[in-house]
Structure formats: C-alpha cells, structure tokens
Write a protein that binds this ligand. Structure first.
Ligand code: FES
Length: 249
C-alpha cells in the first residue's frame, strides 16, 4: 500500500540535532561508514571477479573462487560470486544498512527522510528481496565448499601443512558460518512455524542455536565481509609476490 509522506513541520528539530540514544556518534556517521565500506568492497570485488582469473596459491584458495570452476574463458569467480552477492544484497540486516546509507531511507532512527513523494516499501524491483531464502540455500552450499577449502589449507604437497593462510581461511569460514547460520530466514525455517516447542525438541534446540548467532547478526555480517576481503588479499598478495609465503612446518 502506498503511503503519502507527512509535510515538514517548522517546529521539528533539524535532522542534525536529532541524537541516536544508542550511539554517541552523530546520526550521519553510520550511513557514511556503510557507504564507504560497501563501496570500497564492491569495487574490489568487481575487480577480483571480472578482471582476475587466478585465485589459488598452493593449498590456499580465495573464497571468491570456491568452488573452483573453469569453463572456457569465463572468469572462474563469476560462477561463484552471484550467490554471496544475492545473499548479502537481500539480507535483512544489509537491507537496513544500505537503505540508510545509500538512500537515507531514513538515515537514522527518528530522522526525517528527504522529501521523495510516495513511500512504496519494498515493491517493484525491491520485491526480489523476497528471494533471500533461496540465496540462503545457495550460500549454505558454498560455505560447505569453504569448510573443505579450509581443511585443505592444512594439507600441502602430500603432508600436513600450517601457515598464516591456513589460519586466515579457517577464521574466514568460521565467521561466514556465524553469519550464514544466524540468518533470519534460517531462524524461521528452524522454528518459526512451530507452535509447540515441546513437541519438536530438535527444532527448538536448533532454533535456540540459530538465535544465539542471530542476535549479533549485524556483527557477523561485517566481520565476515572483512575476513572474505582479508582472505582474498592474502592469496592475491602471495600470487603477486608482494608478501612471503610463511609456512610454519
Ligand atoms: S537475514 Fe542476513 S543473511 Fe539472512
């Protein structure tokens, strides 16, 4: 249903004067950080996916390239990137972040939006956000491959291996799992439709486990974004020869 916005009132405080009771930062700081970080990550990811064809150094595989699929001249990361992109773009938390950051929709709680006519909610193109659950299924599959890669990073040249890259890939998949399995859609799948928890104890336990991750979903979202970034930077640094390959055994 379309809702018409209220007209501005001269008696209301200027947006910059409205303070978020949960933060000491000014109300433009959070949107500015979101825009800066997501823009930089987006540019970096586009460069990796579209303009690079290598993502492996020894036992280390960049998360952008997992699973490794090579068909004809198509950049291998293109086969993979759509899943995490769709997952994050339709994530309930990221939707809040980018609506606030890029569209000021609104930029903070209790701050008036810029005048833009009729509010239509997540309709038209935004209706694709309803596909989040399907992006979740695809991402679970990818996380399974990433766990395999993290294990494989502890095995090189037919023998056990350990290095900084092994640890980075392991930390990355732990953070990605914390983000993926704290998903709101997964929480609903686990226990959202159960009316009697004592009749479905396994689902209740699963729901409680997902809830532990879900209450910090925003933090898992950011931390896992940075670990994906770090993991690829590390592999790319090794590929370009700008950092030494430090193995500990
Ligand atoms: S709601 Fe954030 S990943 Fe599903």
């Amino acid at each position: 249903m379309a809702v018409t916005q209220r007209a501005a009132s001269a008696s209301e405080p200027h947006p910059s004067a409205v303070r978020n009771p949960y933060s000491v930062l000014p109300n433009w700081a959070y949107p500015a950080i979101v825009v800066t970080v997501l823009s930089l990550f987006g540019i970096y990811a586009a460069w990796v996916v579209l303009l690079n064809t290598q993502g492996r150094f020894g036992p280390y595989l960049s998360p952008f390239y997992s699973p490794e699929i090579r068909v004809w001249l198509i950049p291998p990361a293109l086969w993979v990137a759509w899943a995490p992109l769709a997952f994050r773009a339709t994530c309930y938390y990221y939707r809040k972040a980018y609506f606030r950051g890029f569209l000021w929709h609104p930029r903070s709680c209790a701050v008036r939006e810029p005048e833009r006519g009729t509010y239509r909610g997540e309709t038209r193109l935004w209706a694709f956000n309803n596909l989040h659950r399907f992006a979740f299924y695809a991402t679970v599959l990818q996380v399974a491959f990433l766990w395999y890669d993290a294990g494989a990073a502890f095995w090189g040249n037919g023998a056990p291996h350990a290095g900084l890259g092994s640890v980075i890939l392991l930390v990355n998949v732990i953070c990605l799992s914390g983000y993926t399995f704290g998903c709101h859609a997964f929480r609903h799948l686990a226990g959202g439709s159960v009316d009697c928890f004592s009749c479905h104890r396994a689902r209740h336990r699963l729901w409680k486990g997902v809830t532990v991750l879900n209450v910090r979903h925003d933090r898992w979202a950011w931390v896992s974004l940075f670990t994906v970034w770090l993991a690829d930077l590390y592999v790319r640094g090794l590929l370009f020869g700008v950092i030494p390959h430090g193995a500990w055994n």
